[in-house]
Write a protein that binds this ligand. Sequence first.
Ligand code: SF4
Ligand code: SF4
Length: 480
Amino acid sequence: MSATPRVIPIQPAGDPRQPPPLFEPRRKVYARAVSGWFNRWRWVMVWATQLVFYGLPWLSWNGRQAVLFDLDARRFYLPGLVLYPQDFIYLSALLVLSAFALFFFTAVAGRMWCGFACPQTVYTEIFMGIERRIEGDRIARMRLDQAPWSARKLARKGAKQAAWIALSLWTGFTFVGYFTPIRELAASATAFGLGPWESFWVFFYGLATYGNAGFLREQVCRTMCPYARFQGSMMDKDSLIIGYDSRRGESRGSRPRRADPKALGLGDCIDCTLCVQVCPTGIDIRNGLQMECIGCAACIDACDGVMDKMGYERGLIRYATLNGLSEGLGKAQMWRRVLRPRVLVYGALLAAVGVAFVTSLALRDPLRVNVVRDRGVMARLVEDGAVENVYRVLVMNATEAPQRYRIAVSGLPGLAVAGDTALELAPAAERSIPVSVRLPAEAAASLNDRTQHIRFEVTQLADTGEAPTVQEASTFILPR
Ligand code: SF4
Ligand code: SF4
């Protein structure tokens, strides 16, 4: 008598007569630690970006903080460069440049930015690293979460939260240190004397770091990040993605290590699910390209490790293109498709804006001048019959050294500045001074129009060589 095969009934996940829920409850992702070539590069990027972020405000340049966005003084200090609000155009150009760079790199390399350099990824990586050190790897963390509260669980969870909060506050402090001199900020913080705005921003930025990297994590990439939404419009089937080679991997299934998969009718995927377990967004890359994939390459490292153990060729999950995977293209064939119209257009725009940005920054005037007629003082006759107009001249020293300037006027015969024409300014300082301009009586009598066009010339007095001069147009008014 043959034994009746044991049947395990398949249970529907929900009531099939009901529509699927609008909101799927969040499944906590317990990403498993992974090692490998891409993991090492991810940590190189973590260290590189964080050394820059935490270290830059402590660097000095010419006796001042090297990078400081001094909002009170309306000065942006960069190494070798002082920018004024009038230089806002450079910030706009930088944003345009960043946008084109993102378009270009997305068209070529998909979400490589997300996986290796995006602050959300970098901080999530750091927070997960702390979590692993304190609570252990995937299984240990799952067990700890499921275990009832005990002194051990309290100690581990408490230690993790303390480390996360300390890092978040340090991040908030560093962020504020880009806007307030960081050494003064540190002195105030250690004396518990932070001002209300400084305290607010330290805690606000710290809370944002904690919330995004410790609590929301992959939810930011899955549901909040706008880049994840519009990246599809910048990519095509020849953009680099991380993909599973289903032609090679299917049919998936477990098998003894030394078995011949072909004889068993199997592909190279042994269905170990390691690629899913290491994924920080909790997706299965074997289901194809998904919006949630941030391109971190953790699944490549995991799968390459499995392939090594099985004695199979690496690259079942790899950087490839959709066309490359579906048509079985080799690396050289995929590289040949990199230069396509959208990449050339994005590249040309990026190069043009980049060259314009660098050139205009290099040719930027070290001296800024703004002239405004003093509307409170009308044209007036002075003692010798000359006509006098009064202006306010704003001179900005955009260099890192003290400078002397001379103010002159031209455009009418005999027109001259009355009184002292010299001015001295400290590095990165500005001053608005009243300037009286006089036109001799005989020159004024020979003019018919009441409004005359004149030019202010402010010259930087250099001890040697060429000195920059800035000209600013204005008008000279004659009395009726
Ligand atoms: S890690 Fe590789 S072998 Fe394992 S399930 Fe994923 S694709 Fe298959
Ligand atoms: S699928 Fe792979 S590359 Fe994409 S997020 Fe998950 S682990 Fe990273």
